[in-house]
Design a protein around this ligand. Structure first.
Ligand code: HEC
Length: 255
């Protein structure tokens, strides 16, 4: 009477490993987004937020031909615009049969939270996009969401090693490093923070789970590495969004 047990064990050993990876990672969505939106930093802001909610990774591709989902102007007939921005009305649609991940992404973009995420993104102090239906006046004033207390603690602990983050480490930043209040005063602060991990000097010591490549074996981090999850990163940005910009008197030129 022990036989069935053994058979079961054998089956598990045989098929278990083969079954696991398929369940672990949702399929990646290949997205073509309007180049002006990518250049403005919007996708670097939006995609980690979608991933955080759903675990679904979205990879940007260079041409509409290689994409499953398109987010751009010039939607096919019958596809409603989601938001308006620099190029006109932007919509999102699938090319051909949409995978479950692609469907999920499209649904999210059109949902209230998706639209709010799109319209919360600011450039030069003004929202880059606004909802096509002007029902949500509040979206204008919306700031990135997140756990502000966690973001504050993370910013002081991690970024405060070099940056003056606020009053609590006013005397501790590295002199040559811009304070967060000064960075906040720049018109494109949101793009700078959304992509800060790609901007020097950060890549050499920063690891954000799912966003950065592991350090190359030949280039170990020169200082204690700074490790964040995507959620930590979003919480830091939500906190930074609420820092009062420095009063610089005149427009500041950086580089
Ligand atoms: C080891 C020191 C160090 C740490 C830690 C650090 N930074 Fe920086 N950061 C710098 C320096 C130096 C600059 C100025 C670079 C320049 O002007 O070329 C900078 C610039 C920036 C900029 C502006 C980048 C640009 O190109 O406009 C942002 C945004 C920024 N940091 C965000 C952060 C955040 C967020 C953290 C924490 C999660 C952080 N930094 C942690 C040293 C650091």
């Amino acid at each position: 009477m022990r036989m069935p047990h053994r058979i079961c064990l054998c089956l598990c050993l045989l098929f278990g490993p083969a079954l696991l990876p398929a369940r672990a990672a949702p399929e990646e969505v290949r997205l073509f987004a309007a180049p002006e939106l990518v250049a403005a930093g919007l996708m670097a802001y939006v995609l980690p937020r979608f991933r955080l909610k759903t675990q679904v990774p979205v990879a940007l591709v260079e041409s509409p031909e290689g994409a499953e989902v398109i987010f751009a102007t010039g939607a096919p007939e019958g596809v409603a615009g989601l938001v308006e921005g620099p190029g006109g009305a932007y919509a999102a649609w699938a090319r051909g049969e949409a995978s479950p991940s692609a469907k999920r992404f499209l649904k999210w973009l059109g949902s209230e939270i998706g639209l709010r995420t799109l319209t919360a993104y600011r450039q030069d102090g003004a929202p880059l996009l606004r909802a096509v239906k002007p029902e949500e006046e509040a979206a204008d004033a919306a700031l990135p969401e997140g756990d502000l207390a966690a973001g504050k603690a993370l910013a002081y602990r991690n970024c405060g090693r070099c940056h003056v983050v606020g009053a609590e480490n006013r005397m501790q930043g590295v002199g040559s490093t811009p304070s967060f209040a000064v960075l906040r005063a720049l018109g494109d602060w949101q793009a700078r923070f959304a992509t800060y991990y790609q901007r020097r000097p950060h890549p050499s010591f920063t690891q954000i789970e799912g966003l950065t490549e592991p350090f190359a074996a030949t280039a170990p981090p020169p200082i204690v590495p700074l490790r964040l999850s995507v959620e930590d990163f979003n919480n830091i940005i939500a906190f930074v969004a609420r820092i009062a910009p420095a009063d610089l008197g005149a427009p500041l030129q950086m580089r």
